[in-house]
Design a protein around this ligand. Sequence first.
Ligand SMILES: [Zn+2]
Length: 462
Amino acid sequence: MTDVSPEVADPGLPTGSDHPGSGVGGSGWLVWPLTTLCAVFRPIWFFSSVVRRMSFGVSLTGAILNVALGVGIPLLVIGIASEGLPNDISAVVVLAALGTYAVLVVLSATGLFLSALLLAPAMSGVGSLWQALKRSMAVVSGVSSLCPVLGAAVIMFAVHGEAITDWLRARYGYEWVGLFMANLAMVPALWSLVWLLLGLFLDGRGRGQDDRPRGECRCERCGYDLKIIPEEQVCPECGHPVACSFDPERRAPPPIEDPGGALLPRLAATLWLAFWTPKRFWQRHRVRRDNRRARNAFLAVILWGCCLLSAGHVFCLAVLLSISGEETTGMTVVAGLWMFMSVSAGVLWTNQLVLLIGQAISRVRGNTMRSDELARAGYYALGLPALVEVVAVHLGILFVVLAVWVWIPSVFVGAGTGSERRIAAAVLSGSALVCGLVIVAMGVWSLVSVARSHEACRYANY
Ligand SMILES: [Zn+2]
């Protein structure tokens, strides 16, 4: 049950760097400002190297301190600056304020821990969930480092907000002030998304994609112990030729990991086959490898899909606005950016949840593969459903917008009677509902596909 192979040695770091107490594992209070500064100013170095040396305690402490600082200081400053505070602050008010603050920090810390848990399958070069959680907590801690910076920005805005808006109004006119405000609210969201993606894409950078033979004498199809069976015979349990189980050349790398040829067809072939026919796919391809390339391919699929479709959305909105006789403003582009961020983040988190549940199910069923190998099979199985989800979400939102546009007479200036508009709105709402159902169905189906992939990889020796 516990033959998870040991963590592959990391050539980029001194030996033993993952043990608590060594590397960046001393005192959380002392290391915290350093790691936070490093994550803010040198994110590429932080996410590709420093996260591997941080202990779980340091990461968790740092994340909590970042949130406490980011939430606390603005509240304090705004509280003091506002004139609503009574002169005779009673102990009850102070206690209530402190209590609210503590609850906020505890809730945020819980959210950070859950995020780290969801991100754990994305970590590369890890054998167990605990090793993965340790790394993903460091990544989350790095993302949370923007909290103090944003807190400082909020303070600056609270103090100098009026002067800033006056200056903007005088220089660019009134409508640009609104656009600036909309963009200002976007900064934390965009920043955290970019830092999170950096953390995921850069994890495991610079390390080899070596194969890791399992080193056991089991049948690759059914797991039967073949120690005493001669190579020319077949497996007594399932009839699979013994020689096949121990022939590394029989398994090729998946098309996307095999250099040469155009990237897009290789990606499409990998995602299609891994989703539809996982059993056949994993009988022919290398199983025992790190998840880095699978994860990055999966992330790229989501990001490119969201990028193209959100741009398409902006185009559709501009067309609708021009039909309605309105002008396209910078706000249309801002809306497109919001859509890109929310859909990509939503699809990413949902699929991470599916992957985590899939891994838990496989462990319960006695699958002893390494954590990153399970994740690798999972990411290939999830690529296609994630793309379908991205398309369905964008189409669904478009249908809702169109339905509202058709339904409201003051907005819709085209031809058509009341009943025609009603029918059109009903059809559009129905289409939006179908998109929602497709998303739910894909979520369930992708979980089944992940479980099937894990089962297909289970006994592979290479
Ligand atoms: Zn067998």
